[in-house]
Each structure stands twice: as C-alpha cells, then as structure tokens.
Design a protein around this ligand. Structure first.
Ligand code: PLP
Length: 433
C-alpha cells in the first residue's frame, strides 16, 4: 500500500523537495509538514480536497476550522466574484463594515463594539494590548496547551516545577516579556485561583480558549469557565475568550451562548470568514473605546475590513441566521463517527478516548479522561501517526498531529460519514502496537 502512495505521490514529492529549498520546511505553517511528505493540493470542493497526483480525500482539516461550509461553497463564490470587480481595497470605510459590526453584535450580546483584523494572531495580540492599556497592568494568565496565535506575549509555556511565570515556547521571544505571562492548567480552578490571588494587583487579563482545540480537543468543565468569570470580576482583570475556533461553530453565539458565560473581550476568526482571512476582537464599550483613534491603544491594519473578507463574513453570518438546522445536523454526524470509533477501538482492544463537541472531534490513544494538556500528553503519539497514515491511505485527510482537532463542515454528506467510518475501521485494524 505504501509503495502505491509513493508512486501516486510523485508530483507532491517533487514539489516538496523543491519547496524545502525555498520555503523553510517546505510549508508556510509548521503543522502542514509531515512524514514522508505532504500531499500538495490542486483544489477543494465541498467536503473533498484533491491533490496534484489525482487523489481525492474527504477533508476533516477544513482549513483548521475556517471552512465551516466546506471548500468553495457556492453561496460565497458567487458573492466574491462580484466583489472583485468593484475593487478589493479602498483604505476608506464602507457600509458593509458597519453591517458586519452590527451583525456580530446581534450574535454576541457581550460585544458592544468590535474591530476587524485579518488573522487570529492579530486579534489576540490586539486584545491583550488593549487589556493592558485599559487596566494599566502587566500580567496575563493563559492556560497550558491553549494556543492563541504566534505572537510574543502568548508563545509562552509553563515554567518548570514551582515557577508560575511563563517561559518562552519559541526562540526569539524575550524572557523579560514571557515572565509577565502566567501559565495555569486548563480546568484547574484551584491552581488558577492561587495565581489570580498572588497577582491580583498587576493582572491585566485572563485569556482562554473556552474549548481547547489546539491540544487535540479538550472540553471545559462549566464550573471552570464560571470561575474564570468570577476571578476576573474579583481582580479587575479583563476576561478574554479566544473564540477564534468556537465562535459561530459551537453555536451562533459561540461558546458564550453555549455555556452561558460572558467575556469582557472576545476574539473571532476562522469560521467567521468561511475561509477568507478575517478576524475580529470586540467587547464592552468601556474597554473598546480605548482603541485609537478614540483611545490610546494603537491598533491598525492596511487590510482590516477589506471588502472581500467583510463580504464573506456577512454572507457567512446571513447563512447561519437563515439555516439554524446546520448545527444539529453536524452534531449528529460527529456523534455517529465518534460512537463508531469507540465501538471499533473496543472491538480491537485499543485504549482510546474520544472527545467531541458539536462539529469537532478527536481521538486520543490513551484511556481515561482527557481534561488538560497533561492528559493529552499521555496519548501514544506513535499510534496516532499510524492512524493518520492509515486514514490518508483510505482517502480521509485529518490533521497530521495528535495536538489538533478534526472539523466537520456543513458540506459533509451522509455518504462521507459512511466512508469515513470504513476508513477508521481499516486504519485502526492495521495499527501495530
Ligand atoms: C488558529 C487560532 C489562532 C490563530 O489564528 P491565525 O489566523 O492562525 O493567526 C488563535 N486562537 C485560536 C484558538 C486558534 O485556533
């Protein structure tokens, strides 16, 4: 089987060899590289992605969650085609930006004012700067395993042993900055309370992914999210929900509607643009009015609010509003896949844990609950690699890392689910322990 993949993959392999000479690692974002070589994409349509060697895959990477409606959904394609003809950038405001801000506020009652940006990292970077500018404080709390984009205040991991202040998780990030990022454990109320109390007077923000989807998939205990709300109120820190993945995906009002917990600032991205680059950060007016030009926190962007991304986001939100049934449909399909994984794994006596919520799921090769990063690390990464390769051979594309999440889109059909379950059966059967 692997020989066959090698033969069919000649064009991808050749491109990878060339790419590695001109692009670090051959890819423009690290997770895209995997052994022996990644397939190179020719196009995508609906639930399917097609490589340059003529192979077709059912896609569960879905642009890491951005492609909520699958590849090239016709409702978006038609709108965007028209927009391009009217010019793609003005450097001046448009009516659509106002409509989009109003629409976001409709979906998110905690967002009274909102600013658009282009990528998730910009949104969280700006939100952290705003929290610091607004409070006049320095420290932020993040949670181990939560990812908020690649910028210096948040590329921070837990220090060893008794240290509560963070250390850089990337070379090039200054220790002087990282030490102002305190790292707690996801779902750990006690530890977080301790860190909040110790740093109360200098705490600018608590930032969390309400569902941690960048360590595989880890769901919050509802009491944990509620405690974060209380800790923010107690300390005067700004509670930032990074809803770049959960926004519009978990429910029209994201995790805040789903769990009934309100943030002070929210970051949005991915599904918001249906694949087009757009992000947003917003929240209560008292905080948001500190953004320039009304306030002293400087935030800008040449492409922020550009007409193409703005139109895409408006189209996405219109579609969600008019089609509320999409959530139940995706949820049902994910449940079907996850129940099958559990049955198949149990038949084969494979120790696995499956986490899922709404349109997201992930399998871990460990038994016992997976509630935080430490639990994820118990998963057998070697078995996951075999599972990934097995899925690829069976024409199903899932994220190549245990520390990512599978995403369903509204374009996944019943037939896709059946084929996926067959692929899982075949892949799990061939795992060698
Ligand atoms: C993807 C992601 C980001 C970063 O978004 P980019 O657009 O890749 O910069 C931030 N936060 C979360 C929760 C994400 O999943």
């Amino acid at each position: 089987m692997s020989d066959l993949v090698f033969e069919e993959g000649m064009k991808s392999l050749e491109l990878y060899e060339r790419a590695k000479k001109v692009i670090p690692g051959g890819v423009n974002s690290p997770v895209r590289a995997y052994d022996p070589y990644p397939f190179f994409v020719r196009k995508g349509k609906g639930s399917r992605i097609y490589d340059v060697d003529g192979r077709e895959y059912i896609d569960y990477v879905m642009g890491y969650g951005a492609l909520f409606f699958g590849h090239a959904p016709s409702m978006l394609v038609e709108k965007l085609r028209k927009i391009v003809e009217d010019g793609v950038l003005y450097g001046a405001p448009t009516e659509e930006e106002v409509l989009l801000a109003e629409r976001i506020r409709e979906f998110y009652p905690s967002i009274e004012m909102v600013r658009l940006a282009n990528s998730g990292l910009e949104a969280t970077m700006h939100a952290v700067r705003l929290a610091r500018g607004y409070t006049g404080r320095r420290k932020i709390i993040k949670f181990e395993g939560c990812f908020h984009g690649s910028h210096d205040s948040l590329l921070v991991k837990a220090g060893s042993g008794a240290l509560t202040f963070g250390v850089p998780s990337s070379s090039g990030v200054l220790e002087e900055l990282a030490k102002h990022t305190l790292v707690s454990r996801f779902n750990d109320v006690e530890l977080t309370e301790k860190i909040v109390k110790e740093n109360r007077d200098d705490l600018a923000a608590i930032i969390v992914e309400p569902v941690a989807v960048n360590v595989g998939l880890v769901k919050p205990k509802i009491d944990f999210l509620k405690a974060l709300r209380e800790f923010a109120d107690y300390s005067g820190a700004v509670l930032i929900f990074d809803e770049i993945v959960t926004g519009f995906r978990l429910s029209p009002g994201g995790a805040q509607q789903y769990y009934g917990v309100k943030a002070d600032l929210t970051t949005l991205g991915k599904a918001l643009g249906g694949g087009l680059p757009i992000s947003a950060f917003g929240g209560i007016e008292e905080i948001m009015k500190n953004v320039a030009p009304t306030g002293k926190v400087y935030v800008s962007g040449t492409y922020s609010g550009n007409p193409i991304s703005t139109k895409a986001a408006l189209t996405v939100l219109d579609y969600i509003k008019e089609n509320p049934a999409i959530y139940a449909e995706m949820k049902w399909k994910v449940e079907k896949i996850c129940k099958s994984i559990r049955e198949i794994a149990s038949d084969k006596s494979l120790k696995t844990t499956v986490n899922y919520i709404e349109s997201m799921f992930q399998i871990f090769f460990t038994d016992g609950e997976v509630l935080c990063y430490d639990d994820v690390k118990k998963s057998d990464i070697e078995l996951f690699k075999q599972y990934f390769q097995g899925m690829l051979k069976n024409n199903v594309f899932i994220p190549p890392s245990q520390f990512e999440t599978c995403f369903l889109s509204t374009a996944h059909r019943d037939e896709d689910i059946e084929l996926t379950i067959n692929a899982i059966e075949s892949s799990l059967s061939q795992i060698k322990r």
